[in-house]
Design a protein around this ligand. Structure first.
Ligand code: IVH
Length: 723
């Protein structure tokens, strides 16, 4: 996409840098368009300021929220089309501007993925060895990595077009984030215009927004003095400050930024990771000073130790060190597995620990009916966060660790991981400590809670599950929360609390009830707007949020259904494989063990038997069938957003054979997956394409017999658009 493609408005202001110069006629048109835009922008500024005054100072608005929003949207669209208008005096930067109703969404031009984690030195050596193997590097070949602190904040993508900051987004689900442009503009460290003239026309700089520790403590003091809630740690504080609908609040919070990567870039200013960081620094973006170039695992580990030693004195929280292959060409070859790059790894610091007393054990019933024991603890600070609950995993774990109520226990937390109990301090066990009896009855619905017996091993599953899936309120509520959650249907305004409220009021019992809520409310005497906690505007917003999700990508819908073992990655795999939802549903509902349908599902790369079984259980269940029918009366399914551009090999079964020159086998497989193709080890009637290198033998012969298309490695590159 070029800078002009996504203007939203036709600016006619001429193409960016490297393109041919606009004709004089076009230049004239551009100048006129800018003049007109400037006049409209000024008129809107006055109008909006007047509405702000009436709204904020007189409490007497004369336009509806929707009309006001439309004015602001038009005002922002003008700035997007003509970045020159986004001066420091712009209302979009004005502290005290009216809060937006909610964040708009921004699709990331390049997905924002996460990182794989390791803790042990040996795993770092494995990572380096894996990279070398994947690239097929001989032992003597050099391979450079960068090592840099892993900042404990929240990631953000800043988009610059023609050197001007035009938008900023949170990571969101990695594919779509929240538009936090107005908030980001209040950060002092982030330039509104890139420095120097040599920057690319389009540059998405990615990095971490964070808060220094001293600023966090001072902010908490101010919050406490004003009787407002305090934050648990600098990261939460940074997140809470950035995700404010009112940018004036963000402006009052001391947020900072370190750039560590990039998304879309029209012209790469460097061909290495460290070169790119240097370029981002030249453009005026803050870069962490502790980035080091390392030659192999031992140098990475040495730098890790150095950073670990300095950790307490840095002034900001870090939770590990990130290693990245330095050469960008190699990064491209390595690509991604699921949601994390193969070319990078986070080496996390060891978890922090503390001891406290176990007051009680309670049972939490999850969405799938799993009974999870939760430890209620005497509150204790672990790594700067107050912990009062910890997971105990399952009943065997309680027995294995010999945990009694009243024990002194060692609690551990690492990053975002739920705190856990790692051990009991046995010599501190009081005389009245009592052994815990794990319930065999679901505490939420009274149904029997059983441990499934594995047919093959004859052993009991570690998890005890409630059998009352259709009557158990704990499962229903959890399923609904999952359905509406951010990475599933993403229904804003229908968070955990609201789901609990609607469920307990009997207004939403199944997912499809969500989509009939407005209609039922219209017919009801006990209108929602008259209920405690709701008013005219919030009800309107809720219905609008629900209506906005009457059309969703198929993968989100599949994930939202909450089928066991079908997480986001499997939902994507299924959505990619099946042309439409009906085919998936039809196949899954007939996928009994031994059937052709079962085989077809198990053959999907990365899916396998356990998922196929769960899909069959789910789709063959008549109650679920009825609920899906009800849902599909209200929800339209869109195709899954494509990460890789649609490729001619998508959906094809490919066999690589013979010696490959540019690709290792692992790399070939990863590429095929990236382009939506399926790799197979043997040639059959199902094979669509053979990529044959020198020395190809029986597979090539068989392919020719079957009339399967055969191409060379070079042609594979050309066909997948990698030239
Ligand atoms: S690189 C493709 N570098 O860690 C992956 N991430 O656990 C790009 N983070 O979402 C990430 N410091 O928010 C990278 N120096 C650093 C980082 C860093 C912090 C965060 C980032 C990411 C998360 C993954």
């Amino acid at each position: 996409m070029t800078a002009d493609d996504d203007n939203g408005l036709a600016s006619g202001a001429g193409a960016p840098g490297p393109s041919p110069q606009p004709s004089p006629r076009k230049r004239g048109e551009g100048a006129r368009a800018l003049r007109e835009a400037r006049a409209e922008h000024a008129r809107l500024a006055e109008e909006i300021a007047e509405h702000d005054r009436r709204y904020y100072q007189e409490d007497a608005p004369i336009v509806s929220d929707a009309e006001y929003d439309a004015l602001r949207q038009r005002y922002e669209a003008l700035e997007k089309a003509h970045p020159e208008l986004a001066t420091p005096a712009s209302l979009t930067r004005k502290v005290g501007a009216a809060p937006a109703e909610k964040f708009a969404k921004i699709k990331h031009a390049v997905p924002m993925l996460s990182l794989g984690n390791v803790f042990a030195d040996e795993e770092v050596r494995d990572f380096v060895a894996r990279v070398r193997r994947f690239l097929g590097l001989p032992a003597e070949a050099a391979l450079a990595f960068t090592a840099e602190p892993k900042i404990d904040g929240l990631s953000c993508s800043l988009r610059y077009e023609k050197g001007v900051l035009v938008s900023a987004a949170t990571r969101g689900d990695g594919y779509e984030g929240e538009d936090i442009t107005a908030n980001i503009r209040t950060l002092q460290e982030i330039p509104h215009r890139l420095h120097g003239g040599a920057h690319p026309q389009v540059l998405e700089a990615r990095g971490e927004v964070y808060m220094r520790r001293e600023d966090f403590f001072a902010l908490n003091e101010r919050q406490a003095a004003a009787g407002k809630p305090v934050f648990a740690n600098p990261r939460n504080s940074a997140a809470g400050s950035l995700r404010q609908l009112d940018p004036s609040i963000t402006a009052s919070r001391p947020l900072r930024f370190f750039a560590y990567g990039w998304g879309e870039v029209s012209h790469m200013p460097a061909d290495t990771q460290h070169g790119m960081l240097a370029a981002l620094a030249r453009f005026g973006l803050p870069i962490n000073p502790l980035v080091e170039l390392c030659a192999g695992a031992e140098e990475l580990l040495a730098h890790y130790r150095q950073i670990e030693e300095r950790r307490a004195t840095l002034g900001y929280d870090i939770d590990g060190v990130v290693y990245k292959v330095d050469e960008i060409e190699l990064q491209k070859r390595l690509g991604f597995v699921s949601r994390a790059p193969r070319w990078a790894m986070a080496h996390k610091f060891p978890a922090e620990r503390a001891t406290t007393i176990l007051r009680d054990i309670e049972i939490n019933v999850g969405r799938t009916g799993a009974l999870t024991p939760v430890a209620r603890l005497e509150p204790v600070t672990v790594g700067g966060v107050v912990v009062s609950n910890a997971t105990l995993h399952n009943e065997d774990e309680i027995v294995r660790k010999d945990i009694h109520i009243g024990d002194t226990v060692v609690v551990q937390r690492a990053g975002d991981v739920i705190p856990q109990i790692v051990a009991v301090v046995l010599d501190k066990r009081p005389a009245n400590a009592r052994r815990y009896e794990f319930p065999h009855i679901c505490p939420a619905c009274g149904s029997a809670a059983l441990r499934e017996i594995d047919e093959k091993t004859g052993e009991a599953d570690v998890v005890r599950r409630c059998t009352g899936s259709l009557v158990c309120p704990a499962q229903a509520i959890e399923r609904l929360k999952h359905f509406a959650s951010r990475n599933a249907m993403d229904i804003e305004g229908l968070g955990d609390k609201q789901i609990e409220f609607f469920f307990n009021e009997g207004l939403i019992r199944t997912a499809s009830d969500i989509f009939t809520l407005e209609e039922r409310d219209r017919a009801s005497l006990a209108k929602l707007k008259n209920r405690e906690g709701y008013g005219e505007t919030s009800v309107r917003n809720l219905f609008a949020a629900i209506n906005a999700r009457r059309s969703v990508p198929i993968n989100r819908f599949v994930y939202a259904l909450g089928v066991r073992h079908v997480g986001e990655t499997n939902a994507r795999r299924l959505a990619r494989h099946f042309a439409d939802f009906e085919t998936l549903r039809e196949t899954a509902s007939h996928a009994a063990p031994g059937s052709e349908e079962r085989e077809r599902i198990e053959a999907i790369e990365g899916v396998g038997g356990v998922v196929a079984e769960a899909l069959n259980d789910f789709f063959a269940e008549p109650h679920n069938e009825r609920e899906i029918d009800a849902l599909l009366r209200h929800v339209t399914l869109e195709p899954m957003p494509q990460v890789e551009s649609a490729s001619p090999v998508a959906g094809k079964t490919v066999v690589f054979t013979g010696a490959l020159e540019r690709l290792t086998r692992e790399e070939a497989k990863a590429q095929a997956e990236r382009f939506g193709a399926k790799i197979s080890g043997s040639v059959s009637k199902k094979t669509d394409l053979i990529v044959a290198g020198p020395g190809a033998g029986s597979k090539l012969t068989k392919a020719k017999e079957l009339g399967v298309e055969v191409i060379s490695e070079e042609e594979w590159f050309a066909r997948t658009g990698q030239g």
